[in-house]
Design a protein around this ligand. Structure first.
Ligand code: ADP
Ligand code: MG
Ligand code: ZN
Length: 484
């Protein structure tokens, strides 16, 4: 390819506050339309806004986690435009003095570290929501979302591929969830991402003309949209055309974007400082206080899981990929260690990375949708340790336990899954297997070590996986040596 892709992201994040940015209305999602509004968020002339302190704190928290400088002097500014979802006819935002600047986030791409610059983070408010009823040719408006606190995170144009964009967004979302800044539910619109994209001939240092894509509802959509837009721009340039700076709307069903409007310039918005909101000062003391109360971030947790639990980096990366999974891991290890009196972190990790991941994928659910608890997992491990069940059976019990929430020993009793450790009973089965497989025995005696594994497999199969594997091994050895 002669061209390279350049991407900068603008990410809107709804903050986890109880009340809106400038009034006391609730931010709860999914309530009766227009039930959470007041003269301030409806923009009634004369109503006076006040700033939500919690929103300011959450923005600072995010800025610190993204290695930003926190601005001492802050203003709120008006961005004027007319649209039905914006009752005030301006959005209150921070154009001139954003709360955070000049940060970065390191991401991991195929084992390589990549730094993406964060240009700025600013506070603003969300707009209302239009609901288009095409059947009745109506548009309805719900102002519950109007005035919900947002931060907008703007990156430098440092992202070079769809994979990097997704890795960046995943790491960012993970951090925001760890910080408890937002629940980051893309399907509820609490995390939204716009993609700015241009291409340029390889080796050129100046940037090409960019387009901005909106309406990206999932990370997969971001990935597809970047690929598609880079190709579209390349086709235009190769056929001698020119890229228009415009805003485009991504249609995920059609897998293509369509032009929405020409890019608005700053002049069109007639920005000016909001005279109803005084500039606010963030002093060092406030920043230090937040700094001292920062939770452990994913990158720190990743390092600690390696040093404290002796896990491979690969395990650590997967286990910390969500706060929920990381907490689950730590709670399980703690319980298991208390029971055994020894560190068994890797056993727990293997179950979570192996069987849990397999099951959530198979069922298309997340850990939180399952009924698995650290206590249930540890009870299962205990049954394996005590030889009550074999490991293949344990997988079966695990699946059932995750879905029903029933205790593993109950499942074992109910389904008769107890491991067979009765020597006489097993000896009989082993003898049958030997009789039925003369060729395999001959192979084994001729030195083919693999043949032995086949005999073990046959025995396990006959007992539906319930035989004690160590015992089967031993009995097979004995029987072959004595009788064959
Ligand atoms: P606006 O506020 O008008 O959208 P900004 O200058 O704030 O414009 O840029 C928005 C985003 O676009 C940033 O993430 C920036 O990195 C990205 N960007 C700017 N120019 C380009 C370009 N030529 N190609 C790709 N991305 C760009
Ligand atoms: Mg923009
Ligand atoms: Zn209100």
């Amino acid at each position: 390819m002669k061209y390279e892709t350049v991407v900068g992201l603008e990410i809107h994040v709804e903050l986890k506050t109880q009340s809106k940015m400038f009034c006391a209305c609730s931010t709860a999602f999914g309530s009766e339309p227009n039930s959470q509004c007041c003269p301030i968020c409806l923009g009634i002339p004369g109503a006076l806004p006040t700033i939500n302190k919690k929103a300011v704190e959450l923005a600072i928290k995010t800025g610190l986690a993204l290695n930003c400088k926190i601005s001492e002097y802050n203003t709120m500014d008006r961005k004027n435009y007319f649209y039905p979802d914006l009752p005030k006819a301006y959005q209150t935002t921070q154009q001139y003095h954003p709360i955070c600047r000049d940060g970065y986030l390191d991401i991991n791409i195929d084992g390589r570290k990549k730094r993406v610059g964060i240009t700025r983070i600013h506070l603003e408010e969300d707009a209302g929501k239009l609901i288009h009823d095409s059947e009745n040719s109506l548009s309805l408006i719900d102002y519950n979302r109007a005035g919900v606190p947002l931060i907008e995170i703007v990156t430098e144009p440092h992202i070079e591929s769809p994979e990097e964009a997704v890795a960046f967004l995943e790491e960012l979302r993970n951090i925001l969830i760890y910080l408890d800044v937002s629940d980051c539910k893309m399907q509820e619109g609490s995390l939204r991402c716009d993609v700015n994209l241009s291409i340029r001939p390889k080796g050129q240092t100046s940037l090409g003309t960019r387009t901005e894509m909106k309406n990206l509802n999932s990370f997969r959509a971001v990935q597809r949209a970047i690929k598609n837009e880079a190709e579209r721009q390349q086709n235009i340039l190769e056929s001698g055309g020119e890229i228009l700076q415009e805003t485009r709307r991504w249609d995920d069903l059609k897998g293509q974007s369509v032009a929405m409007r020409e890019k608005q310039e700053a002049d069109d918005y007639r920005y000016f400082q909001d005279p109803d909101l005084v500039p606010f000062i963030i002093d060092n003391q406030m920043v230090e206080k937040i700094k001292n109360n920062m939770p452990e971030l994913p990158a720190q947790k990743r390092e600690r899981f390696v040093s404290e639990y002796g896990l491979p980096e690969y395990d650590s990366r997967i286990l910390t990929s969500s706060r929920e999974l990381a907490d689950f891991f730590e709670a399980s290890v703690k319980l298991y260690d208390e029971m055994k009196g020894s560190k068994e972190s890797k056993t727990v990790s293997n179950w979570l990375m192996g069987d849990l991941m397999r099951l959530t994928k198979e069922l298309g659910v997340e850990l939180g949708d399952l009924k698995l608890t650290p206590s249930l997992l540890v009870q299962l491990l205990k049954l394996i340790d005590q030889g009550v069940i074999s490991s293949p059976i344990a997988k079966e019990v695990f699946d059932e336990m995750c879905q029903s929430g029933q205790e593993p020993d109950k499942i074992v009793e109910k389904k008769g899954l107890r491991q067979i450790s009765d020597i006489d009973q097993l000896k009989e089965i082993v003898r049958e297997v030997i009789q039925e497989n003369p060729k395999t025995i001959a192979d084994y005696k001729a030195g083919k070590k693999k043949a032995f594994g086949h005999l073990v497999g046959q025995t396990m199969k006959k007992t539906k996986g319930k035989a004690n594997p160590q015992l089967v091994n031993k009995l097979l050895q004995d029987e072959i040596n004595i009788f064959q």
